[in-house]
Design a protein around this ligand. Structure first.
Ligand SMILES: Cc1cc2nc3c(=O)[nH]c(=O)nc-3n(C[C@H](O)[C@H](O)[C@H](O)COP(=O)(O)OP(=O)(O)OC[C@H]3O[C@@H](n4cnc5c(N)ncnc54)[C@H](O)[C@@H]3O)c2cc1C
Length: 489
């Protein structure tokens, strides 16, 4: 239920189902802890989810339960939990996958879900650069367990590997833009999808929920709109009970001040890209410094500045990146898609140069990448397929369309959509790592990635469109929603 308070939409209450039937509950503040922001979405909040850009999500599952077991962790699926057809098929698929299980989990186990667009959205660069805020309400910690691949350019330059990272979470990322009287927590918190691995741990999200509860109670008691509330007393309480370090009481946003470190970051860059996170964090200020450093650098050092510039979509260093790609006369060892236990690079060195070349949009890259693509076999490592598809899509030169279509026509490269459970079962049976469904997900991801690239390049003999149409009715909601978004755009 929404009411209009002085021109701002405000949530007035929610409809809940009880054992005696549906009931409307009026509330001074609603806390949406559904993990997918469905209350905020119903109230009209802008949401982020699968779109026409690249498919990238952490792997999901439905866990089997064996008697006596105390821990079960699954990652063998992508489930769009907002799609009831997809959820239904997960229950059938999961039960067939683990026929000996005593029982099953009752909820799709998703690590990534729809997110709100909040007053503030933090990124992986905020996390790596240890951004502080004056409205921190929670601190989370995890290693960078990505359950798949990331999309942030920074992680094509430097990687967090297995290290544990702390990050502060500000109150504003729980406030859906344009809505009052509602707070959103859990996995629907406003942040970039690559930032989720570090915030998703259960104890941290429980602490965030507690903080939001304290804020809602204070706002109700004082009858103050959420954005006008003084949250310092809540922070103080959270410090007193040991949830937050004392520094949050005096912390300020350190983003602006951190620009002073850019000249040092430029100097350390040749030392294994040390400082790249700071430079990428401040693209406008860093670009002129990087461009100058690139011009003055020795031939062997030019690439470090070129890569960071490319990560900002700046083409200044395209020559150096192109040379690096040309230096490879064959594919190196790639990364062949995994969900479980994925802690480091999801790409090879050559893949990273190719993707960065794509980010420069330099058309000279097209014949070089097409030559490598001609040599790529369907069964070759997934990261090579992903790098070629993305780079050609980003460069956007239509002359690549024929090569992409020919790649999709190679035997074994296409036809991995799943329109019914029979197709799902067959693909599952053919997967040597059935328990984690690496092959079946990889095959579909590689195929749809090229189909999207081809379609965006203007298509060739309808090859891209046909594949996307097939995926648009895939049982798996992630693929069908993505294909439909691409076709619609
Ligand atoms: C397979 C798997 C393994 C994991 N392993 C770990 C681990 O080892 N350690 C760790 O710390 N974290 C782990 N995580 C991460 C962690 O469990 C999640 O990130 C966290 O539980 C998400 O919290 P949340 O509050 O956003 O959502 P959830 O914990 O999913 O809570 C949302 C709740 O809202 C309810 N709900 C949803 N919609 C509605 C509605 N419309 N009406 C009423 N209720 C609704 C749901 O039933 C659910 O109870 C794992 C996650 C997965 C999927």
């Amino acid at each position: 239920m929404i009411e209009n308070v002085n021109g701002t939409a405000a949530v007035k209450g929610v409809l809940i189902t009880t054992t005696s039937g549906p009931r409307i509950v009026l509330a001074k503040t609603v806390i949406d802890a559904t993990g997918n922001g469905c209350i905020a979405a119903a109230a009209g909040a802008e949401m982020k989810y699968i779109n026409a850009n690249e498919i990238a999500t952490q792997g999901h599952g439905l866990p089997p339960r064996n008697l006596g077991s105390s821990y079960t962790n699954t990652d063998y699926m992508y489930v769009d939990e907002t799609d009831i057809e997809d959820v239904s098929q997960l229950f059938i698929y999961g039960k067939e996958k683990f026929p000996a299980a005593f029982d099953f989990g009752k909820l799709p186990d998703t690590r990534e879900r729809p997110q709100i667009v909040g007053d503030f959205s933090f990124t992986v660069l905020d996390q790596v650069n240890k951004r502080t805020y004056d409205d921190t309400i929670c601190q989370s910690k995890s290693n960078f367990d990505t359950h798949g691949y990331t999309v942030t350019p920074y992680m094509e330059i430097e990687h967090l590997h297995h290290d544990g990272h702390f990050c502060d979470m500000p109150y504003r990322s729980s406030l859906p833009q344009g809505l009052d009287k509602i707070l959103v927590g859990g996995l629907a918190t406003s942040c970039h999808r690559d930032a989720i691995p570090i915030i998703r741990m259960q104890p941290d999200l429980q602490n965030q929920g507690y903080a939001l509860g304290c804020i809602a109670a204070k706002a109700a008691k004082e009858n103050v709109p959420l954005r006008k509330l003084d949250i310092k007393p809540v922070q103080k309480h959270l410090v007193e009970i040991g949830n937050l370090p004392e520094r949050v009481l005096t912390d300020k946003d350190n983003y602006e001040d951190s620009k002073a470190a850019l000249p040092d970051a430029i100097k350390t860059l040749p030392d294994g890209f040390k400082g790249s996170a700071q430079l990428l964090w401040h693209p406008e200020e860093a670009k002129p410094l990087l461009q100058k450093a690139y011009q003055n650098a020795s031939p062997e050092n030019k690439i470090v500045y070129a890569m960071v510039l490319a990560g900002m979509n700046d083409p200044t260093g395209a020559d150096a990146v192109l040379d690096k790609v040309k230096n490879f006369d064959a594919w190196d060892k790639g990364w062949n898609f995994r969900g479980m236990g994925q802690f480091s690079w999801a790409s090879s060195e050559l893949d990273r140069y190719i993707m960065m070349l794509g980010r420069t949009h330099d058309k000279r890259g097209v014949p070089v990448i097409c030559k490598l693509l001609n040599d790529l076999k369907p069964e070759d490592d997934f990261s090579h397929h992903r790098a070629c598809a993305l780079a050609l899509e980003w460069i956007g030169d239509k002359s690549a369309a024929k090569t992409v279509a020919e790649h999709l026509r190679k035997p074994g490269m296409s036809g991995y959509w799943q329109h019914d459970l029979t197709a799902a079962r067959e693909q599952d049976k053919a997967d040597p790592k059935g328990g984690t469904a690496e092959k079946s997900r990889r095959d579909s991801l590689a195929e749809i990635g090229f189909a999207r690239a081809l379609y965006h390049l203007g298509d060739y003999e309808g090859v891209g469109k046909k594949i996307l149409e097939n995926y648009s009715t895939d049982l798996r909601g992630y693929f069908s929603r993505h294909a439909n978004e691409v076709l619609r755009r």
